[in-house]
Write a protein of this length. Structure first.
Length: 407
């Protein structure tokens, strides 16, 4: 055990030093723990801090709950309330007073409820009811909306006034149900089923704040499954910003308050009108650009468009030109072929054996019409046929002179 220096050298401690050491020893010795008791001497300071005592039949202890913790409470502590507090044992040095610094404050009996809440939350989460992929998107501009809540709930008035301000054209169907008490969970589930089968596009499930007991109907498994199986997207707006229920985890979207749920459900009318005006302006500009493009295309087509009579005249001119070209080409072919024919005829005449007869030559053939080219091809007494340029002779060989023997 640590011994203070003053206990060794008998030097006196100041009160401040003593209180400092006492506070340090207390805070080191006691971890965060739960205590139970009755609230008394409750004071709400202007700073937002809560000061009160917790007592039982035999003792009491002073407590403080700082504003940062107190403002997260979903209920109002009162004198005489039986509560459970999670506290840090501390010591207020300036006055030398033992006190508890309260971190969490709940009404007595909520510990068991909170354990039930955690067990059900874990079970439903493992079953996939909280999975992000099953969350459905909210319609951007619903035309008809369902509200599931109590007709006496202040939350209903807040939601209706918000919707009337943001979207006065919206049609609203209210599916009334008790939101707390025995049997409320069953009736909430039935109201959700009825809303899901309506002509609405979206459901708001809401109620005001309260203790965990007040909100317990929204922690029941039947309500969780009713939300999950609702054909329409569901927004939960239950309690205050710090309140969380099973319904919040299952809903397609959770709002911190009923008013916030209404704001999530519909866009503000002025914003929608501004967006529509912007879209209208963009559409007009797009239409104008499109019309201008089409007009230019029309002008280009009109420039290219030719009257049928003019087109026929152009085609006729083109046909005449082609006919003339064909005639000229045909004439040139004819002339070329005629000249070639003449050349061939001239060549043929030059090769004609009868043509040389005009120059004094004769064509001699024997009785078999074979041309004689040598005296050795005939014999004395043979009959010969002599073709002259004009006329023919028939002769008989009287003597054959061998080639080379003639003088």
């Amino acid at each position: 055990m640590h011994t203070p220096p003053s206990a060794v050298n008998n030097s006196p401690l100041s009160i401040s030093a003593l209180n400092q050491q006492v506070r340090a020893r207390l805070e080191e010795s006691f971890p965060l723990l739960w205590v139970a008791g009755e609230i008394s001497n409750l004071t709400r300071a202007a700073s937002g801090h809560l000061y009160f005592s917790l007592k039982d039949k035999d003792a009491q202890v002073r407590c403080v709950m700082w504003r940062s913790r107190a403002q997260t409470l979903g209920w109002q502590p009162q004198n005489g309330a039986q509560v459970e507090a999670r506290v840090l044992v501390s010591f207020y040095e300036p006055r030398g007073e033992f006190q508890l610094s309260v971190e969490v404050l709940r009404q007595a009996g909520q510990g068991a409820l909170f354990e039930r809440f955690l067990r059900l939350k874990a079970a439903l989460e493992s079953a996939g009811l909280f999975a992000p992929e099953r969350k459905r998107p909210l319609p951007p501009q619903p035309r008809r909306l369902a509200i599931v809540t109590s007709l006496q709930a202040a939350a209903l008035r807040d939601v209706l006034s918000t919707l009337a301000r943001r979207a006065p054209q919206l049609k609203i169907d209210i599916f009334p149900t008790p939101v707390q008490g025995e049997g409320a969970a069953l009736q909430i589930a039935a109201a959700l089923q009825a809303a899901g089968n309506s002509d609405c596009q979206l459901v708001i499930l809401c109620r005001g704040g309260g203790s965990i007991e007040d909100l317990w109907s929204f922690n029941e498994e039947i309500v969780a499954h009713a939300i999950a199986h609702c054909p329409l997207p569901v927004i939960s707006g239950i309690g205050h910003e710090t309140d969380f229920t099973i319904a919040d985890f299952v809903a397609d979207q959770r709002a911190p308050t009923p008013t916030a749920a209404a704001e999530l459900a519909v866009p503000e009318q002025a914003l929608v009108l501004r967006q529509l005006a912007q879209q209208q302006h963009r559409l007009q500009r797009a239409c104008q650009r499109r019309l201008a493009d089409l007009q230019q295309s029309l002008d280009r087509l009109a420039h290219r468009l030719v009257h049928p009579a003019e087109n026929l005249a152009r085609q006729r001119e083109k046909l005449d030109l082609l006919q003339q070209r064909l005639q000229r080409a045909s004439q040139r072919l004819h002339e070329q072929r005629h000249a070639r024919l003449l050349r061939l005829m001239d060549n043929l005449k030059q090769l004609d054996p009868l043509a040389v007869l005009d120059r004094g030559y004769a064509l001699v053939t024997d009785g078999n019409a074979q041309a004689l080219r040598s005296s050795s091809q005939t014999h004395s007494g043979a009959q010969l046929h002599i073709q002259l340029a004009r006329g023919q002779l028939r002769a008989q060989v009287t003597e054959v002179v061998a080639p080379g023997e003639a003088d």
